[in-house]
Design a binder for this molecule. Structure first.
Ligand code: BEZ
Length: 248
């Protein structure tokens, strides 16, 4: 997806703030070599580097990698489905990015190859039913326009067992996994969230109809995602895990 850095800064500042929890689970150590998958604007990558480790960030968005490089991060444009590092990293980290990678088996296989034996894969992504109120309303509004939401959905929100099974099949040992709901206060509103994150759903809607579509979705979710003070929320569900590459 094409990312708009300005929209991201206005509507999604909380993403790296909520990343603090998974960063603590990563617990980066001095001199470790760490890969940040889907590093985005590099805010968390920079925090990882403060612990004295060597960190590389990759992301498929050129605009986001530019932002990360401005922070002095060793960052490059690359897709996680295509990386081919071998036994190089003590840890692979990812926050709020794996759900954009629908070919999860390829990603997991590549992460496994890129880790040293005993290395850890530590990540947080959207879990099953993530932003379900919003997705359901998008589907409703698309079907009113004779469009099938499934075809445009760019996200993969697995349940814990499904993702852990993929990890185990690839040769990982699960050290920790949890799934939990996190109703998240948005800095703007659901329209801002949709403009920032849901562009793939708008592919077959003409540009002059985009605002109209976004307003329809926002009105449709208002009774569930707006409180009496007018604040807007997204019904996030998070899946977190730490998995270790076996040492044979
Ligand atoms: C998430 O972090 O769960 C997420 C962000 C944007 C779109 C979909 C999910």
């Amino acid at each position: 997806m094409e990312w708009n850095v300005k929209d991201y800064n206005v509507n999604a500042s909380y993403v790296s703030e909520y990343g603090q929890g998974i960063l603590e689970l990563l617990s980066p150590q001095p001199e470790e070599s760490i890969l940040d998958l889907g590093c985005g604007d590099g805010k968390l990558t920079e925090k990882i580097s403060l612990s004295g480790c060597h960190v590389i960030g990759i992301d498929s968005s050129e605009a986001m990698i530019c932002e990360a490089q401005k922070r002095g991060i060793d960052a490059k444009v690359s897709s996680s489905e295509e990386i081919d590092y071998q036994n190089q990293f003590d840890a692979v980290f990812s926050n709020a990015a794996l759900h954009w990678m629908k070919d999860a088996n390829s990603v997991i296989r590549n992460v496994y190859c890129s880790l040293k034996p005993g290395g850890r894969f530590c990540a947080e992504l959207g879990g099953i039913n993530n932003v379900n109120t919003i997705v359901t309303e998008i589907y409703t509004q698309l079907s009113k326009r004779n469009l099938d939401g499934e075809l445009y959905n760019p996200w993969y929100f697995p349940d814990k067992e499904e993702y852990c099974m993929k990890l185990v099949k690839a040769g990982f040992v699960i050290k920790y996994a949890e799934i939990f709901k996190r109703l998240t206060l948005l800095p703007t509103d659901v329209a801002g969230w949709l403009k920032t994150f849901a562009k793939p759903f708008l592919r077959n809607i003409s540009k002059n109809q985009h605002d109209d579509f976004i307003q329809s979705v926002m009105i449709g979710v208002a009774d569930k995602l707006q409180n009496d003070q007018g604040q807007w929320f997204a019904d996030y569900v998070r899946l977190r895990f730490i998995a270790k590459k076996k040492v044979f």
